[in-house]
Design a binder for this molecule. Structure first.
Ligand SMILES: Cc1cc2nc3c(=O)[nH]c(=O)nc-3n(C[C@H](O)[C@H](O)[C@H](O)COP(=O)(O)OP(=O)(O)OC[C@H]3O[C@@H](n4cnc5c(N)ncnc54)[C@H](O)[C@@H]3O)c2cc1C
Length: 363
């Protein structure tokens, strides 16, 4: 916690040095790659009403999963359904300096979840932001290269999810150019990790010096899984040339454009309402155009998409439980109705692993 706060503060300091330049930054217009234009839709085409794999949500994890499945078998028809818009070449996303715009309440790429009042917070209701655009949180976040500690993984005590099990995947993700050991860092992955193109060295040095005086030494590589309680000259999800490394630009867009993944498709500006079950087997989803994005569409426009092989729900820590509960999957049948007593849910599966009551069910 202390480490994260220190890193966050330090990063903000370095960015604030640059905010003046915001007003000088030119806006580059996005050009849609012709191959990609054929694969990213705002309306469901008739050819995609039945696919092999549906991925509900098009955020950070979803972009990676869709890409890996498509690599494994390019013949599989895959449809990613994202409630936000396409992020391709959006200058406010690819240029790291503009990240602060996503914390503004007017941001159309951020979802703001209103929490319930907390006694421990003097009755205040927190607002929790999350990604609301293709690429999810990776498109709008602060780009700090921050990994869990070895103990975080090991404490799950779950077969296949220990730190040692995870290291090959952590390495596979990245092309790392910071300090540290090659036993925990990778050098051939799609995400470039670097210090970016700018550092406010004077304020960084002063901050590190001050932290050392109160007992937090400088550690060259805090992200090596075995180091804590110190400060580091941060590495970032930014390429050495200065571009944000969001999961859509590093995984999804290259595959939508390379002509080698002809069955990978994306439906944007479309909300997943629920997963449809045949007994206990997920066999499709119900969708509707996102009314906040597609204002030209009125009236009842729910549609279904069938999945021949599987439905993956990857709508984030706050979005996934909502979709699952609307689909009849919650901790208990009763919890499904707590926030929406008049709704017509059919309980499909009682699963204690679905978090309940995190945000209220307002969407
Ligand atoms: C402001 C902010 C700053 C952050 N800073 C950092 C940082 O510096 N470093 C770091 O490592 N991490 C940071 N994070 C955290 C990191 O970005 C997230 O942990 C990560 O992106 C989560 O990935 P995910 O795939 O689980 O979910 P997400 O990336 O949130 O993806 C979920 C996707 O599902 C979509 N969705 C939700 N509901 C529906 C629906 N009903 N139908 C269709 N689509 C839906 C959403 O629009 C979203 O695109 C930050 C997060 C935020 C919000």
């Amino acid at each position: 916690m202390v480490r994260s706060v220190i890193l966050g503060l330090r990063y903000l300091l370095s960015c604030l040095n640059l905010t003046l330049i915001l007003s000088l930054t030119g806006v580059v217009s996005a050009t849609i790659h012709p191959q990609e234009e054929m694969r990213v839709f705002t309306q469901l085409p008739a050819t995609l009403q039945e696919v092999d794999v549906i991925i509900a949500g098009g955020g950070t994890a979803a972009c990676v999963i869709a890409s890996r499945i498509s690599d494994a078998d390019p013949q599989l028809s895959i449809l990613v359904v994202e409630q936000g818009g396409n992020n391709l070449d959006d200058p406010t996303i690819v240029h790291p300096l503009l990240f602060l715009s996503y914390l503004a309440p007017t941001s159309n790429a951020t979802l703001f979840h209103q929490a319930t009042a907390e006694e421990q917070l003097g009755g205040r209701e927190l607002v929790v932001p999350s990604g609301g655009v293709l690429g999810g949180g990776s498109s709008i976040n602060l780009m700090m290269y921050s990994r869990a500690q070895r103990t975080d993984f090991d404490n799950w005590a779950t077969n296949g999810w220990s730190a040692d099990d995870m290291i090959p995947y952590l390495k596979k993700l990245e092309t790392y150019s910071g300090p540290g050991s090659e036993t925990t860092h990778g050098f051939n992955g799609p995400e470039q990790i670097s210090g970016g193109t700018y550092r406010a060295n004077r304020s960084t040095d002063q901050f590190i010096e001050a932290a050392a005086k109160v007992g937090y030494p400088e550690i060259a590589d805090l992200q090596g899984l075995d180091f804590n309680n110190g400060v580091q000259r941060a590495q970032r999800f930014i390429s050495p040339e200065g571009k944000r490394q969001d999961a859509a630009h590093t995984y999804l867009h290259p595959r939508l454009q390379d002509g080698k993944h002809p069955n990978l498709n994306v439906l944007v500006e479309t909300q997943v309402l629920r997963v449809i079950f045949d007994g206990k087997k997920a066999c499709g989803i119900e969708i509707r155009p996102n009314p906040a994005k597609q204002t030209n569409i009125t009236g009842a426009s729910k549609q279904t998409i069938k999945a021949k092989k599987m439905v993956i729900v990857s709508a984030g820590a706050l979005g996934t439980p909502l979709i699952l509960e609307r689909s009849g999957v919650g901790p208990t049948p009763e919890t499904l109705f707590e926030s929406q007593p008049t709704a017509t849910f059919q309980s499909v599966l009682a699963s204690p692993s679905v978090p309940h009551n995190d945000p209220p069910h307002k969407d």
